[in-house]
Design a protein around this ligand. Structure first.
Ligand code: 6PG
Length: 260
């Protein structure tokens, strides 16, 4: 199965982060020029940290009118916002604080809420209000940033979990197979409604998952959840460093390298 995706391979995580930061700045400028705003759903995990640091530093930090950017989260761990494992905490320290983002433009998932299902429903209601999209419509993000686990999970859509089958809700609770077990996550249909989905993947430990998702012989979405990410209208772009791309067929790598 070949996913209709744009794949770009970079020498190392530093170059990937720099190119991703420049792409995000370009996309934000396009969105703001077109609609007056840029709505982005941030990824969790460690990969985006360098990207966030580059966005929050000169020269890129002054190239976006940040007052027109709305920050959402594609998933969150069910911990307090100041917990080391919180995706909000990571983004707040690396992005919101340095850029002095107004709190009214940051939409945190309530990972600290006592009932993750209620918190998921609350976030769904917030998205519908903010985007002005009542059920059963799908809010359309300008950009959804994602990472990939070595088990081919993305957001908090983990192999063999209930959330993979969700076709109506925007946001659901789910369970992770490692780390903080309880999660809140975007569903695949919400991610797929986005204008641009950008997957950032670094490291040799991800190579097998990247190959399975991009070049797997047949769809096995329960086993490789990132195979669910197939935008209905938008662009699906993979940014890989050479280590993460090392499991791809040489032909795929040559094609992509030629496109660079
Ligand atoms: C999370 C993420 C998750 C992450 C991958 C990759 O909350 O953990 O949303 O999907 O992107 O697990 O994580 P790393 O970037 O740390 O490898």
């Amino acid at each position: 199965m070949t996913v209709a995706a744009e794949v770009r391979i970079f020498q190392d995580p530093e170059e990937l982060a720099r190119e991703a930061a420049e792409f995000c700045i370009w996309l934000a400028g396009q969105s703001i020029a077109g609609t007056g705003r840029f709505r982005v759903a941030l990824s969790g995990g460690s990969t985006p940290r360098t990207l966030y640091a580059m966005l929050a530093s000169p020269p890129l930090a002054t190239q976006v009118d940040w007052a027109h950017v709305e920050f959402y989260f594609g998933d969150e761990r069910c911990v307090s916002p100041d917990h080391p494992e919180s995706n909000y905490r990571t983004a707040n320290a690396a992005l919101f604080q340095p850029l002095h983002i107004s709190p009214e433009n940051v939409f945190r998932m309530a990972g600290d809420a006592p009932d993750p299902n209620e918190a998921a429903r609350g976030y769904e209601a917030l998205l519908r209000r903010q985007f002005g999209v009542p059920a059963p419509g799908w809010p359309c993000f300008d950009l959804v940033l994602l990472g990939l686990g070595d088990d081919a999970h993305t957001a908090s859509l983990f192999p063999g979990t209930k959330a993979l089958e969700e076709s109506a809700r925007l946001v659901v609770p789910n369970q992770a197979s490692r780390g903080v077990r309880e999660r809140i996550t975007f569903t695949a249909p919400l991610i797929n409604a986005a204008k641009v989905i950008l997957l950032l993947v670094c490291g040799a430990d991800k190579a097998s998952a990247v190959h399975a998702v991009l070049e797997g012989a047949k769809p096995e979405t329960k086993r490789y959840p990132a195979q669910l990410i197939r935008p209905s209208q938008g662009r699906l772009i993979w940014f890989l460093d050479r280590a993460a791309a090392s499991g791809l067929t040489v032909a795929k790598q040559q094609v992509v390298s030629h496109e660079e």
